[in-house]
Design a protein around this ligand. Structure first.
Ligand SMILES: C[S@@+](CC[C@H](N)C(=O)[O-])C[C@H]1O[C@@H](n2cnc3c(N)ncnc32)[C@H](O)[C@@H]1O
Length: 255
């Protein structure tokens, strides 16, 4: 696993630009408008430090998180203990996994859909279908590439300071294989923790998923139907009308 995920506190600061309560409002709007069952339980794939766990449990949802990284899961356990939440944190691989029970809502955030090829994409969706109740929703944040990393090699960077810890984050993408649609994502954290400097680098190979192949994949998959896709976590902004695509979300329903 990437050393990036051995540093949950720094990772949490790096990605703390999100408005968590507003994002949980968007989840709930999806439940109201598109779920065909009452949503009481949720599963976050690649949960990491479980940024939405506190808000979700406060609103009465039963939280489940699955991650490969022990350090991330330990960090989330500590958080759950501090807030007194009863949660289920599981070490597992989202490529192929199972759960003891079933859930009403599954979500994966910040492009964390970790599949390296088409066969992993298929086993991943089969696993989600096994754990998601019929009528429930699967929510994917930035997991489809509308601006192909293969087309424009590029990146982004930003800086955030919390409690005396400064984290400068840089994300970049590089094509690995155009036929296999693989690209390498590099995330670098330059940390200044009260004067102590660290440089943390995480590299992952991912398979790009392009919009029209995603629609074909879903329509050929008997367990899911496409509900919609929107820009900027805003259900008033269908992607078809977006000029610049940023933080796009996709919603599927289990059938
Ligand atoms: C980008 S972080 C996202 C963390 C959190 N969901 C968030 O929104 O900030 C990705 C997480 O996915 C986990 N991860 C990466 N590959 C995985 C896999 N194959 N199965 C399960 N978790 C995985 C990493 O350990 C990491 O915690």
């Amino acid at each position: 696993m990437s050393e990036l995920y051995d540093n949950p506190r720094y990772y949490e600061i790096a990605f703390s630009f999100r408005d968590i309560s507003a994002e949980v409002d968007v989840f709930e709007e999806c439940f109201r408008r598109f779920a065909q069952i009452p949503v009481k339980s949720v599963l976050e794939l690649g949960c990491g430090h479980s940024p939405h766990m506190e808000e979700l449990t406060k609103r009465g949802y039963q939280y489940n998180g699955l991650d490969l990284s022990k350090a991330m899961l330990e960090y989330s356990r500590g958080k759950a203990l501090r807030i007194g939440a009863q949660v289920n944190l599981i070490q597992g691989n989202m490529v192929d996994f199972s759960l003891k029970g079933m859930v009403d809502f599954v979500y994966v955030l910040l492009g964390s859909l970790d599949v390296k090829n088409t066969s992993e994409l298929t086993t991943h969706f089969n696993s989600v279908a096994q754990v998601l109740k019929k009528g429930g929703l699967y929510f994917l944040d930035w997991c489809v590439q509308y601006d192909p990393p293969g087309g424009s090699e590029g990146g982004d960077s930003w800086e955030i300071e919390r409690e005396g810890i400064k984290v400068k984050t840089a994300v970049s993408w590089k094509v690995i294989n155009k036929v296999e649609q693989t690209f390498e994502e590099t995330i670098t954290l330059e940390v200044n923790d009260h004067g102590k400097n660290l440089n943390i680098v995480g590299k992952e190979i991912k398979r790009a998923i392009y919009p029209q192949e995603f629609l074909c994949f879903v329509s050929g998959f008997k367990h899911f139907e496409f509900v919609g896709w929107w820009n900027n976590w805003n259900l008033l902004q269908p992607l078809e009308q977006a000029e610049k695509i940023d933080r796009p979300i996709v919603l599927l329903r289990r059938i």
